[in-house]
Ligand binder design. Sequence first.
Ligand SMILES: *Cc1c(COP(=O)(O)O)cnc(C)c1O
Length: 384
Amino acid sequence: MVTSANQVSKEKTSMKVSILDLKKQYQFIKSEVDKSVKNVIDNQNFILGEDVSAFEAETAAYCGTKYGVGLASGTDALILALKALGIGTGDEVITSPFTFFATAEAISIVGAKPIFVDIDPQTYNINPALIEKAITSKTKAVIPVHLYGQCADMDPILSIARKHKLKVIEDAAQAIGATYKGRKAGSMGDIGCLSFFPSKNLGAFGDAGMVVTNDKKVADRIRMLRVHGSAQRYIHSEIGMNSRLDNLQAAVLRVKLRYLDRWLEARRKNAAYYNEKLKDLPVVCPYVPEYNVHTYHLYVIRLKNRMEELSRYLNSSGIEARTYYPVPLHLQECYRNLGYRKGDLKESEKASEQTLSFAVYPELDKAEMNYIVEKIREFLRDNR
Ligand SMILES: *Cc1c(COP(=O)(O)O)cnc(C)c1O
């Protein structure tokens, strides 16, 4: 007899559900990936080999852009995007304070100053209505972050940018494959930055990243910057860095890219399942505006009070649950010199206190999801 997932979860009083289990994904594609990796090893072609150029072309096509330039990480993608657009010392760049640190770090690394603009409390993405007030004569660019796997509201951002002659760099590290009004994440601004950090929706076996763009000049410049500012061997026209996408990583990623849409669909299905199961509870499920197709890099719920307690409760029940991100960037120690204070960007601060995420990865099974839902239900019942 086939036991339903529901029964299984009811029988089990405890389970372990980590936020991500990459071993399941690897088992599914093992033979193909192993073959591709072996091919690179057999050929001993590790730097800027065939898999890199093929993966660049395939990813650019997937994102709907003309060019892709493979880099060592998503952070480097942001740094080199800024450099390629000539942004540096004395410049200001507007971005969200509710993102992974690398977004702002890249701005600081090139010598520019991050200017934080608060988020929309429903989507957790930068609020376009607040951008114009933050623009000064020093503002050179905006970096909208497509947080958790869904795009920021790009049309107003792009029109503000056009009006004030600002560049737009999309931080699409969490959102490859997401669409906004049918357009792919990373293809709408001047440059899109992707990360293939192992836990991202398209993850390598180590660090890796890419910029995608329709601008040939920008692509060529980043291609040069990633090899020490050199277009011709031992001739250096500017100061660059060493930031190439490894051929081994590209070989892995080429295999995985072929499964990406299927995996994103599975994430959406899991998210829909949670939405359905949580709908009668006093938690706020992810909000997806009708113009967006979400890719659920993270499934994030919101609870006005006692989120920390819920987090502890889930973790002590074997469910890995985390807040992304617990300290908004304007309140980070290293940015004290920027002069922000608690209360300055209220929506980001609230979101950092009221949100929590747990497993939504494609290979998750119903029993695991039911277990998570049950524990949330239990907590809310016992703590009313
Ligand atoms: C992961 C991530 C990055 C950085 O990517 P790495 O490949 O880890 O360097 C940048 N921005 C956001 C929003 C991210 O989630």
